[in-house]
Design a protein around this ligand. Structure first.
Ligand code: PLP
Length: 373
């Protein structure tokens, strides 16, 4: 009798499973449309130049590989806070008032997980509302952390655009304390983002219904080609916080895509607090969660991020790297649009492909419309 004999087979991860299917396929024309990772013009993975240069600097200057502090290295935290919160007057105010608890996380996923654990401890009743559709792992992360999830309407598959009325109606029905998860930009999997005027309306409801916004920022910079421009919605949220309309928000930031540091697992999580002493208490709880989960974060990737964000030349090189990625993603989109329109399905309106941004593209093809097998 085996001790684990009654352990059932878990279903394979849909996205990672697609990669296995891709590898097993011997069709020479196959294209990997699974995991969201940037490829260059030859279809190869790409290490941004700023990262290569930061690696060089690190190799020549690194003196230790000791443990990081539980919430990450102070230099990393300062650099990340400067990037995310010092680009607008309201963010700077929150920073200067000592209201932002930020820590290093294990990329985007690990950061979402720690914030989910925090919510389970301190906001267990509030369900987490996820956009429909969303990155499949959102539901798993929240549910395995003991949180209830529901969905709000986000995308209208018939109109091939955001269903803003549906979204506003759905979040307007939520009870106070409900957590609303919103992709900051480059929505996965639709590539469709809220317009700035939509953000205004969303923030109004967050305020009046006393909801807790939870931003997932996994693709910062890949929408406009400029991370600071992509932060614009957050500037509006910061204003609402400083003016007393929103007491808090949560933010998970990944450096996987915009620095090409996928496997280094480096990201950050932040919670806006009401004052310095609340921030200290929040940090102490975050530290307890991290200590009992993985003790402290890995140091290599965070040192690279710190070097890039603190060195003027590397920072501007990174901005160019992001622009390179965003421009190529958009040029591929245009090629796809043109070939579908001119060569294959000229009777269909493919213009939605042109407005989508980031690494994802929702074609609108249905199973029935796909190639016959
Ligand atoms: N959030 C969204 C919306 C994503 O699409 C992803 C990755 O695909 C992540 C978070 C987390 O990515 P990572 O853990 O690699 O930073």
């Amino acid at each position: 009798q085996s001790t684990w004999g009654n352990v059932p087979q878990a279903p394979p991860d849909k996205i990672l499973g697609l990669k296995d299917l891709f590898q097993a396929d011997d069709n020479p024309n196959k294209i990997d449309l699974g995991v969201g990772a940037y490829r260059d013009n030859n279809g190869n993975p790409w290490i941004p130049l700023s990262v290569r240069h930061a690696e060089n600097i690190l190799y020549n200057t690194e003196k230790e590989k000791e443990y990081s502090p539980i919430l990450g290295n102070n230099t990393f935290i300062t650099c990340v806070q400067r990037l995310l919160f010092s680009q607008d007057a309201y963010g700077r105010r929150l920073l200067n008032d000592g209201r932002i608890a930020t820590a290093q996380g294990l990329s985007g996923t690990g950061s979402l997980k720690i914030l989910a654990e925090f919510l389970r401890r301190f906001n267990p009743e509030g369900p987490v509302m996820l956009p429909d559709p969303t990155w499949a792992n959102h539901k798993s992360i929240m549910q395995y952390s003991g949180l209830r999830t529901e969905t709000y309407r986000y995308y209208d598959c018939n109109k091939k655009s955001i269903n803003i009325e549906g979204m506003l109606d759905d979040i307007n029905m939520c009870k106070p304390g409900t957590v609303i998860l919103i992709h900051l930009c480059c929505h996965n999997p639709t590539g469709a983002d809220l317009k700035l005027e939509d953000w205004h309306k969303v923030i109004e409801i967050l305020h009046h219904k006393e909801l807790i916004p939870f931003f997932d920022s996994a693709y910062l910079g890949l929408c406009s080609g400029d991370p600071i421009k992509d932060l614009k919605p957050l500037f509006m949220v910061n204003k609402a916080v400083v003016e007393g309309h929103l007491p808090t928000y949560l933010l998970a930031q990944s450096f996987a895509k915009n620095m090409g540091l996928y496997g280094e697992r480096v990201g950050s999580f932040s919670i806006i607090c009401s004052d310095k002493s609340e921030k200290q208490r929040v940090n102490s709880q975050l530290a307890q969660i991290v200590r009992s989960t993985y003790s402290s974060p890995p140091c290599h990737g965070s040192k690279l991020v710190s070097i890039i964000l603190s060195n003027e030349n590397l920072y501007s090189e990174w901005l160019t790297d992001i622009k390179t990625m965003a421009e190529r993603l958009n040029s591929v989109r245009i090629m796809l649009f043109e070939s579908l329109t001119n060569k294959y399905h000229s009777d269909v309106d493919w213009s939605h492909l042109l407005t989508q941004r980031g690494m994802f593209c929702l074609s609108g093809l249905t199973r029935q419309a796909g190639p016959k097998t």
